[in-house]
Design a protein around this ligand. Structure first.
Ligand code: NAP
Ligand code: ZN
Length: 511
């Protein structure tokens, strides 16, 4: 069999691994350039741990802490100049993909002065400073790839610089730094990792090794998607997500990314949509396109995720991503031209043409009811019910979002309402930063009747989700096994009436 696989990065993981494996840093030199974003590395303890490890080794360090999200060339040149003036021997990047990618380019530019016009030319010389990565998001896998993705204003997109010099010598994975990643960042970055593993399987460069890594990484991520949506990830889950992200990196290091990433770059460049979210908004349309000619390929991805059909994936992603951005369809032609011209198309097992890419953009942002088709195919028919039958205003009260504290008991059923910014601005109830209202229903026989049988045993896990679904709201009753028990539609007017007539607990304790 004709195949290639290469993953030269030494991956070390575990709580406290920066300190416990600090001897690994010694051969890299006397002085490190630590590269971070502006604040997270200071807040999550990773910067302090890196400094402590270096100092325990007797190594010196200098800090560049100004990498922005989606870095351009400017910060890479600035950091490289610092590495030179400080006489740094290696680069230690801490953070998400942005600091890791910027640090890679700094490592290169510190050794060779490449003019900005040639930065994407492919001529990178023979040397870069050794690179160590400490990822603090579970998304890009940059700690295990030879890529740096840099905003390229001349081409109005994000462009990849790929050179074996960028494979980090060492990736140190400590999930404790991810403990306080905001839900939105966690969702976006995990979807990035999901897309890497999927795209690895959809690449014409896939092989047995990358497929095995990708399928396992997909399964590891899939286990965490429910808790991710509910913002209830455990330490063990964050650890699994961090490892799955590195595995996704090993996959794309060998397969490259596909049309999906190429399409996503325009959403990031022109609309500032986070990288992982940009991919997530397009995944279902892309898989639908591939399914047209290679259904088995898509089925393998769904099986790895433990999902029966594409509609289930659509449903899951919609729950994670919330309301989609509205983008004028007239913009898609430019994005389709850019994606069709990108190098990524050559990696695709099923290469889309320009018009097919255009159709995928249109499908992904069509104004059809949010989740409509996906929901319909999963549940055959979604019926409208009267909200009052399940959540009567007189039996519903909100709880303080910071407590999310539902009184224990078999008759209280927690309710989580997810509101779009447009809707939440119109209601006079405490809404969390991510658009949620928490509450509970008590003593409603109809609801209790739904939650019978196994529900009775796991009553503390029952939950009613009410999600803003465009014109209407989708009500999902979930059971103790986190399976969906029933799904209905209700009108937005009924949700408004519920808020107007229920008991609302306010921050100052008044009702
Ligand atoms: P990011 O841009 O590195 O970080 C996003 C945000 O998350 C920043 O505000 C950051 O704050 C914050 N953050 C990072 N770690 C945190 C933590 N532990 N706790 C709280 N907040 C934290 O996001 P990313 O998604 O990881 O990286 C995206 C970039 O990677 C894009 O440029 C993308 O194109 C690239 N990428 C590269 C590869 C590759 O193989 N090289 C693959 C895919 C994507 P601070 O700024 O304060 O740190
Ligand atoms: Zn990516």
């Amino acid at each position: 069999m004709d195949m290639k696989y290469w993953a030269p990065t030494r991956v070390l993981s575990g709580t406290g691994c920066l300190m416990s494996y600090r001897s690994e840093l010694v051969p890299l030199g006397k002085k490190a350039l630590i590269v971070t974003g502006s604040s997270s590395a200071k807040a999550n303890g990773s910067l302090a741990d890196a400094v402590a490890a270096l100092e325990a080794n007797g190594q010196k360090w200098a800090l560049y802490d100004r990498v922005p999200a989606n870095p351009g060339a400017a910060c890479a040149y600035e950091g490289a100049a610092l590495a030179r003036s400080e006489g740094c021997d290696f680069v230690l990047a801490i953070g998400g993909g942005s600091p890791m990618d910027a640090a890679k380019v700094m490592a290169l530019l510190a050794k060779k002065d490449i003019p900005e016009a040639d930065l994407f030319s492919g001529a990178y010389g023979e040397a870069a400073l050794p690179i160590v990565c400490v990822p603090t998001t579970a998304g890009t896998g940059s700690e295990a790839t030879q890529y740096a993705i840099i905003t390229n204003d001349a081409a109005e997109t994000k462009s990849g610089i790929a050179t074996p010099l960028f494979f980090p010598r060492l990736a140190l994975l400590d999930a404790k730094y991810l403990a306080h990643v905001p839900r939105r960042t966690m969702v976006n970055t995990v979807i990035d990792s999901l897309s890497h593993s999927m795209e690895g399987m959809l690449s014409c460069r896939a092989n047995e090794i990358t497929d095995a890594l990708a399928a396992r990484a997909l399964a590891m991520v899939a286990e965490c998607l429910g808790p991710l949506a509910e913002n209830s990830l455990t330490d063990a889950m964050r650890e699994r997500l961090l490892l799955a992200s590195a595995m996704g990196g090993m996959v794309i290091a060998n397969t490259g990314t596909t049309a999906l990433h190429a399409m996503g770059y325009s959403l990031t460049y022109f609309h500032g949509i986070d990288h992982g979210r940009a991919n997530g908004l397009l995944i279902v349309a892309y898989l639908g396109f591939v399914r047209g000619s290679r259904p088995a390929l898509v089925q393998r991805i769904l099986s790895a995720l433990g999902m029966g059909d594409l509609a289930t994936l659509a449903w899951t992603l919609e729950r994670l991503l919330g309301e989609k951005e509205r983008i004028d369809a007239s913009e898609f032609a430019k994005y389709a031209d850019k994606a069709a011209a990108s190098k990524n198309i050559a990696n695709c097992a099923v290469p889309p043409g320009r018009d097919e890419i255009l159709a995928m953009f249109a499908e992904s942002f069509s104004p059809r009811r949010f989740g409509g088709d996906a929901a319909l195919s999963r549940h055959a028919v979604i019926e409208y019910v009267r909200l009052e039958d399940y959540i009567p205003a007189a039996h519903f009260r909100t709880i303080l979002p910071k407590l999310r504290d539902v009184p224990p008991g078999v008759t209280e059923i927690p309710v989580e309402l997810e509101l779009s910014p447009k809707f939440s601005s119109k209601v006079d109830v405490p809404v969390t930063w991510d658009g949620k209202v928490y509450g509970f229903v008590h003593d409603n026989d109809r609801l209790k009747a739904v939650f019978t049988g196994k529900m009775a045993k796991a009553y503390e896990s029952r939950r009613v989700f009410v999600n803003d679904w465009g014109d209407d709201f989708l009500v999902t009753l979930e059971n103790g096994a986190r399976d969906c028990e029933a799904t209905f539609l209700v009108t937005a007017d009924e949700v408004r009436a519920l808020f107007e007539n229920c008991r609302v607990l306010r921050d100052d304790g008044t009702i």
